[in-house]
Design a protein around this ligand. Structure first.
Ligand code: BGP
Length: 483
């Protein structure tokens, strides 16, 4: 779709930046905070880059005023951050830790004092350890009950102060990495368990959305999803079908539940036949149907390219790569894992990648916005988007022109999507300051503000504005007029 002139960003557009508690706060044991699953997982040998963890992180817990002063200087309209559940409920449930809440009281008040709209994520992966140990975490409906109670406490306390709420950050990511690929806590590789745990998070999500609207009907609440559109490798109809399968498997499985209140039928049918479908109780249908998110949060980094699954490829003469002894093929035959039957990932020949091998695909961002809006017709808040790179300080400055180029190209595509007709109400760059990358330590930086620390030590933790800081300040000031 060509536009000679692009629409303006709507007035009041929420220009923002995002973070997550474990990645910035530090103060891991301070003021009565209980441990989370990440506090333990990051200490297991070989799990994170050089054993990096969030014990100190960038010490935002003690430096939040300095950080918010920088946000104010930048002109940020909104700041998305997450609350550490185990800071508030050290055991995940039961007794409340008032000191933990006090930190968030101060943080939110400081943001409001500086004219910045707080956007609160209730869950950004740091499940209280006690719930994992006591109930088996998300495999138990008791964890969902505890979550809803925690959410009730937070959403009641900050009534009249916070308007925008995110339930879960990237449920697809913490489910896949946690229960299937063993790269996040609880470190499991069990597809069926992933499907079960995921269903329980769906219920927690739906109940929290319904509860939010009961607490305050003017609340705006939704989940944040790690969204990447699927491309077929080429116009071979088999590959087009593979891309449909990939979208169902990677995106619709979650998004349909959020926005439509039920699982996508074709994929559910496949899971049922393979004995992998979630245990859905009669009352669950109503819980899922009754929840109406006000927006969909989208975290966009990149999509993925796919081709026909390896079983059907095998019947084609041009594809001789797969033989009967391929172990992955054998396990998929056992229906342990459905993915191999649906599609196979492929390399996209058109896209360059970041230093960490993530595809750089601004047009994919427009496609993602279009696809989500076309399918669900809900407003979208981009809750994360950004470039992880190794920044270098030269004479006290960080010249991150590459980050400016990355963000600029994405904002331009977002503006095109808005001109296409997509309702986007906010954009949060990932991230405001540099922070801990879950698996990649402190070397992979995303911020507008450099933090003087590395993987080995905390150094001075001093904040340095990068070139991208001034650039984004101007973007906000001009409401994205001159991209
Ligand atoms: C998203 C997470 C963020 C952040 C970001 C960058 O999936 O929601 O918390 O970490 O990805 O990821 P990484 O740090 O792995 O580069």
């Amino acid at each position: 779709m060509y536009h000679a002139i692009l629409d303006r960003f709507p007035p009041g557009f929420l220009w923002g930046a995002a973070s997550a508690a474990y990645q910035i706060e530090g103060a891991a044991n301070k003021d009565g905070k209980g441990p989370s699953v990440w506090d333990v997982f990051s200490k297991i040998e070989g799990k994170t880059f050089k054993g990096t963890n969030g014990d100190i992180a960038i010490d935002h817990y003690h430096r939040f005023k300095e950080d918010i002063a920088l946000m104010k200087e930048m002109g940020l309209k909104t700041y998305r951050f997450s609350i550490s559940w185990s800071r508030v409920f050290p055991q995940g449930e039961g007794e409340i830790n008032e000191l933990g809440l006090k930190f968030y009281d101060q943080l939110i008040d400081e943001l409001l004092k500086n004219g910045i709209e707080p956007m609160v994520t209730l869950y950004h992966w740091d499940l209280p350890l006690a719930l994992e140990e006591k109930y088996g975490g998300w495999l138990s409906r008791k964890t969902a009950d505890a979550f809803v109670e925690y959410a009730r406490v937070i959403m009641t306390r900050y009534c009249h102060k916070v308007k925008y709420w995110i339930t879960f950050n990237e449920q697809n990511v913490f489910m896949q990495l946690g229960y299937r690929l063993a790269a996040h806590p609880p470190g499991k590789s069990n597809f069926k368990e992933m499907i079960e745990a995921n269903h329980i998070v769906n219920l927690a999500n739906a109940r929290t959305i319904t509860l939010a609207h009961q607490i305050d009907p003017s609340y705006k609440i939704g989940p944040s999803f790690g969204y990447g559109p699927s491309y077929p490798l080429n116009s071979d109809p088999n590959n087009v079908l593979a891309a449909m399968n990939a979208d169902a498997f990677n995106n619709d499985w979650w998004m349909d539940v959020y926005a439509r209140g039920h699982y996508p039928k074709v994929l559910l049918y496949q899971l049922e036949k393979a004995g992998l479908a979630p245990t859905i109780l009669e009352e669950d249908h109503t819980v899922l149907k009754n929840a109406h998110p006000d927006f969909l949060g989208m975290n966009y980094y990149h999509g993925g390219t796919v081709q026909v699954n390896r079983f059907e490829q095998k019947t084609k003469s041009e594809s001789k790569r797969f033989d009967q002894t391929d172990p992955y093929q054998m396990s998929a035959k056992n229906a342990e894992d459905l993915e191999a039957k649906l599609f196979e990932t492929a390399k996209n020949p058109y896209l360059e990648t970041t230093q960490w091998g993530w595809e750089i695909d601004p047009v994919g961002f427009r496609i993602a916005l279009r696809k989500l809006y076309d399918r669900y017709e809900l407003p979208i808040i981009v809750t994360e988007n950004g470039l992880g790179a190794q920044d270098i300080v030269e004479q006290g400055k960080v010249h991150d022109q590459y980050r400016i180029e990355y963000l600029k190209s994405h904002l331009l595509e977002m503006k095109k999507a808005i001109t296409d007709g997509v309702e986007v109400i906010g954009y949060c760059a990932w991230s405001f300051t540099d922070l801990l990358s879950w698996l990649n330590g402190y070397k992979k930086r995303y911020g507008f503000v450099y933090v003087d620390r590395d993987d080995e030590s905390e150094r001075t933790l001093a904040r340095i504005k990068k070139d991208s800081f001034e650039w984004y300040k101007t973007v906000i000031d001009e409401n994205g007029e001159n991209l």
